[in-house]
Structures are given as C-alpha cells and as structure tokens.
Write a protein that binds this ligand. Structure first.
Ligand code: GLA
Length: 658
C-alpha cells in the first residue's frame, strides 16, 4: 500500500513549487487521495488514487476528474476528525469504466448519525455533489452501498473529494472492533434429536443416515416404524440399507436415550422422485484447501464433523470441490475405458467414500460440464455418462456441477444453451442406482432459479462466488444474500436457491487461494450471516477449517433452533417484507404455523429496527422466542422491535398462539 502522506512530505521538501498536495494541506484542505488508504474496506479490488478501481482516468457521467479515489461498493472508511473539521466536499457516482452498468448509494455518517444520503446513482448518470458541514464531528464514516441489487459493476468514485480542516489533520482508522459474544447455550447432557422432520429418497437406492443428536455418549438409539430394507446401529444411530421399493411416506419415531434422559421425535422418509427435501447441510473443501485438497483432508473432515459435534446438528455432506482430477497438461486424464482418473492426491476414492459412509455421513464430488474445471482440471465434457457412473460406483451422494469452461463448447442459443448441460447430467443422475443430490453451479445465468428444478437440480447457485470480500461497509455475504433473497418464490422442498457457502471461522482468501485465516467478519455480522442463510432456506455448507473451530464459530454454526428454521419441512424461503438501503426485514413461514422474522441492520452503526404485525401480514403474534439465546421473550404490542448491532440481526420465531 502506498503511503501518500510520506510521499507528499518528501515532495514538499524537494520540489515545493509543484507539490500541490502539500499546498492543499497548508490550506487545511486534505484530498481524500492524500490519506493513508490501508483502512479503506471495499467490496472488490483495491482503492486507486486518481484512477477508477480498474485503473482508468476518473470519469462519472462523461465528466472527467483529475483527483479522487476509485473504489468499489460496498465500502467503508472511518476517519477520525477530532472535532476539527469544517466541511467535506466531493463528487460521487459510478465510474464510466463500468460501461453504464452498476448502481451505488453513498452515505456519510458522523458520530452515529447519518449526515448525508445520496440518491441511487447508476452507471452513466451525472455525478452527485456532496458539500456537508462537519463542525464538531469526531468520527466520520464514508459509506458506499450497493443499492440493494448486488455489487456487480459497482465501481464507485470519490472524485475531487476533500476534507477541509480548521486545524489538525484527518486520520483514517479501522472500523469499530466488536468483542465475541456467545449466544447459543451449550447442549445439555441429555439427548436432543436434531433431525429434520422429512428426508427424501428414491425407491430401492442405497441409504445411509446418521441420526443427528447431541447429548453425553454413550447413547442408545431406537426407531419405531423402521421401513423394510433399513437397519439401525443402536449405538451410533446410523441407519443403513436400501430405501423401500414402494413409493410413499414411511413415518418413523426416533428415540435416543442416555443416563441423563430420553428424547423422541418424528422422522418421515418420503420415497419418491425427490431428494433434499430440506436444504443440504455439510462441509466443502474449496475455501480452505483449494488446490491443496487431498484424500487425507477429506477423510479427516469427516472425522472432524463428528468430533466437533457438527454432525450432531445435521451437517452430513463431506464434499470435495475442484482439484481432485488431473490438472490440464497432466495426461492421461482418463483410463483406457474412458473413466476419469483422480490425481495422485486421491489414491483411493472408493476407500475414502467408504470411510465417510462408515461414519454415517455422505460424500460429495465436483466436476464441470466443460472440458476443464474452473481451476483447470479435467472436466466431464463428452464423458458425462461415464463420469456420473464412476461417481456412483465410488459411492458419492452429491455432485456440484460447475459451468466453468463450458461456454467454450456450448451449442444452441438462448436459454437452451444454458439448460442443456444441466438437463443432460440431471437425467443421467436420476437414472443411477444411487441418490445423488445435484448442485447446479453457474452463478445464476439465465435465471437458473426458474428452471433449475426442471433439469433435476436440487439447489443452484444464484450468484457469483461469495469469496471473502468482506471488504466494505456491508460485508460480501449481505450483497450476495440480498441478491439471493429476491428469488424466494422459486424455493421449495428439493429445490433450493444457493447463495454459496458459510465462510466462517478460518477461511482462505479466494483470490490468492490462500491459507486459512480468521474471518474478518465481526461477531454480529456472523450471527447475521447464519440467520440470513437459515431464513433463506439456503444449503448450510460450511467451507472453513474444521481443524480450527473455536467456541464462537461452533456457537454460530450449531444452534439447533436457528438450524430448525432452515430445515423446516414446509420448505419456504423467507419473503422480503421490507428492503431499504440500511435495513432488511425477512419473514419465513414455518410448518407449525409460526413465523421466523429477521430484522437486519445494514447500517454501520447500531439502530433500533421494528416491523409491525400488519406489515408482516400476520395475526397478532402472542409467543415470541429468541432462537439464538433459546429463550422466550416478552410479547406485547403490535410489532417486533429491537436495538440491532451494526450489520447485525434480531432473529425471532413467533407463534399466533401463546
Ligand atoms: C467456481 C465456483 C466455486 C469453486 C471454484 C472451483 O468459482 O463458483 O464455488 O467451485 O469454481 O474452481
């Protein structure tokens, strides 16, 4: 990162006549571009001095600017003024390098108060001028919003932007720090069953399912109404065998007992043509292992799902992402029969999957309909049938099918060009003697939510990669989440919108495919992330480091009441009740007649948020429960209201009856 202050100081000494920056400072005018940029957080790329985020001359709505900062929404920059500033002046807008696309909002916050909010500024529009009084302000926040439609092309310029100081100088500072706070109560020693109410399977297919249950071991499990073809291991709670041939509902009563107590719950196996009746839960290797992934890591991941207690909360898929096949150039990619070859890091695929199944968990694999995967490994193009059969023979239960290089070989026009590869693989998977959950990954092209289910998909990514770009005022998960929330009408049991993984705990940076490091999200942001994914009935696939799960991360990932909102058998995604630039209200109807409601504070400061029962379209809600803390709350009045932390959530589950 350059240090303009030092550079400017040197110039002032050596070439005082041309040092415009130093002259500005003498006059108390501090161009933003002269400040240290290290604390500026932005949603994509790095901040640029006197250039757009892609390095072009600054230009908004055809108007050129010589100085300023090229940034990208969402963005956030805190500046300490110490009460000595007079004004802030700037021109703001979407840089013309976005080709007329993109939309942003710009806001100024002073000591927790919003001083200025721009219009929605779209690509191609004229710049908006800012000139605000800052007298008395201690700490200023410059904020860039995505205008609620995702962050794509949101190239944002702070042009001719300067702080005018009466005395002293502005000092950029990091965003406020929040200490971790644990909300989820520890699981008690007595058993608690955490299975979803329903599970879908195809007739006659192999079956493995470990009943998720917390409580002190040893536990003894029992199942009443076990369908023919299945057996139970009473000590592990693993169901194995084959699904009945006869389609229909197979209601079971599950029980778990230990010295401390007993729990019982219903579990219905629904035999038919639908899988993933609740959103898949598990772990994926991508954001922690990238191309370093090995068979040993996958075996170990399965062990860790058990040891960490995550499997006791329902996390059961252990999914390899990209980089298990042979890398481009490392021929042969296939054996003489055409079967795809794993690379040297996966010496025994079948043995690895057996290990996962042995623990009662399920295994997932990844490929592309194109000749190469996104990371440049062999894909399934022209080998779809044999690859699907190979995956089934190895025992896999989940396939992520990632578009990647398919564009180079795609045929057909329009929608058909997009649907064809997925329809082909969907039909093959449905014909196999194995239930394989089909995860479409093509970043939302052609409104995949409208047709994903019709090609046999069980979940489909609705956006580009979430990555770690928690850069701005609004962390990346909000931008992705807001985009995903819009497709609520298309979610149903067996057909889920997928906003990408849970990137919590230790995760690696996607751009550098780096080693894991602690997430940059604040504790409140992490509670909001998990709440948002659960309200959206998203697949809950953790993609962080299973070896470094601290108490805080586990408390976010493993709250049975929060997960129950995601896994609810009604299978509805929360609808957007209200979406504003600084707040979001979602409401998800649940099978028992209750409503899960999330009040999200998108603002960079704590705020009180409220939603009335009228606005929720609901009868008066008499019983209100906080699923994070797992306690009932006072229910009175005609609304749900709370003081919500910066970027945080207030999540409740409410029932019309007491
Ligand atoms: C794409 C996908 C990611 C990941 C990588 C692997 O970017 O969207 O989720 O699978 O490919 O290369």
């Amino acid at each position: 990162m350059r240090t303009p202050a030092v550079v400017a100081g040197l110039f002032a000494l050596v070439v005082p006549i041309t040092a415009g920056l130093a002259q500005d400072r003498d006059a108390g005018r501090f161009p933003l571009s002269s400040l240290e940029l290290a604390t500026l957080r932005q949603g994509w790329g790095t901040p640029m001095v006197d250039r757009s985020v892609t390095g072009q001359p600054l230009s908004i709505g055809g108007r050129r600017f010589a100085s300023g900062i090229g940034s990208h929404a969402p963005g956030e920059w805190w500046i300490e003024l110490g009460g000595r500033a007079e004004r802030f002046v700037a021109w703001v807008g979407v840089d013309d390098d976005a080709g007329g696309r993109g939309s942003i909002t710009v806001a100024l916050w002073a000591d927790g108060r919003r001083l200025f909010a721009s219009d929605v500024l779209r690509g191609g529009m004229a710049p908006q001028q800012i000139d605000v009084d800052l007298r008395g302000v201690q700490r200023l926040l410059l904020e860039l919003g995505t205008a609620g439609d995702g962050r794509d092309h949101d190239h944002a310029d702070w042009a001719d932007a300067a702080l005018l100081m009466a005395s002293g100088q502005p000092t950029p500072v990091p965003p406020p720090l929040e200490a971790p706070y644990l909300l989820t109560p520890p699981s008690p020693p007595e058993p608690r069953l955490n299975n979803p109410a329903v599970w879908g399977a195809r007739p006659g297919r192999p079956f493995v399912y470990r009943i998720p249950c917390t409580g002190r071991r040893p536990l003894v499990f029992a199942v009443q109404g076990m369908p023919p073809g299945l057996t139970l291991e009473p000590v592990t709670g693993i169901l194995r065998g084959r699904v009945p041939e006869l389609p229909g509902r197979y209601p079971m009563r599950l029980a778990a007992e230990n010295a401390q107590g007993r729990a019982e719950t219903d579990f219905t196996l629904i035999v038919g043509d639908r899988l993933a009746l609740t959103p898949p839960m598990g772990w994926n290797s991508w954001y922690i292992h990238y191309d370093r992934v090995t068979e040993a890591y996958i075996r170990r991941a399965a062990d860790r799902l058990l040891q960490s207690g995550m499997a006791d909360h329902g996390f059961c898929y252990v999914n390899i992402d990209d980089c298990w096949a042979r890398r481009r150039g490392d021929e042969p990619y296939r054996d003489a029969s055409g079967a795809i070859l794993p690379n040297a890091k996966f010496p025994d695929m079948r043995g690895m999957v057996e290990h996962v199944h042995g623990l009662g968990l399920r295994a997932g694999i990844y490929t592309s309909p194109g000749p190469w995967t996104c990371a440049g490994y062999a894909g399934s193009w022209q080998h779809e049938e044999i690859d699907a059969r190979t995956f089934a023979a190895w025992g896999f239960d989940f396939l992520k099918y990632d578009w990647c290089s398919y564009g180079q070989v795609a045929t057909g026009d329009g929608q058909q060009r997009l649907t064809a590869p997925y329809a082909k693989m969907g039909a093959i998977l449905a014909s196999l003697d194995r239930d394989i959950v089909f995860n479409l990954c093509q970043y939302g092209m052609g409104s995949v939510w409208e047709w994903g289910a019709s090609v046999g998909g069980h979940c489909w990514r609705t956006t580009g990669d979430l990555g770690l770009e928690a850069g701005g005022s609004l962390p990346g998960f909000y931008a992705i989440g807001l985009a995903n929330a819009a497709h609520a009408a298309h979610a149903a049991p067996g057909a889920w919108n997928d906003p990408d993984y849970l990137l919590l705990g230790y995760v690696g940076d996607a751009h550098s495919m780096g080693e894991g490091r602690p997430t940059s999200l604040s504790p409140s942001e992490q509670y909001a992330y998990m709440s948002l994914w659960c309200l959206m009935a998203a697949p809950l696939i953790f993609s962080g480091d299973l070896e470094r799960l601290d108490d805080f991360t586990l408390n976010v990932l493993c709250n049975r009441e929060v997960i129950a909102i995601d896994q609810d058998p009604l299978g509805r995604q929360a609808r957007i009740v209200r979406s504003e630039d600084d707040s979001l209200v979602l409401a998800k109807p649940l099978a028992d007649g209750s409503l899960a409601v999330g009040l999200f504070n998108l603002a960079p400061v704590p705020r009180r948020l409220a939603v009335t029962f009228d606005e929720l379209g609901s009868p008066p809600l008499r019983r209100v429960r906080d699923p994070w803390r797992q306690v009932d709350q006072d229910a009175d009045g005609d609304s749900i209201a709370a003081l919500v932390p910066r970027h945080g959530v207030h999540l409740v589950r409410c029932w019309p009856q007491e």
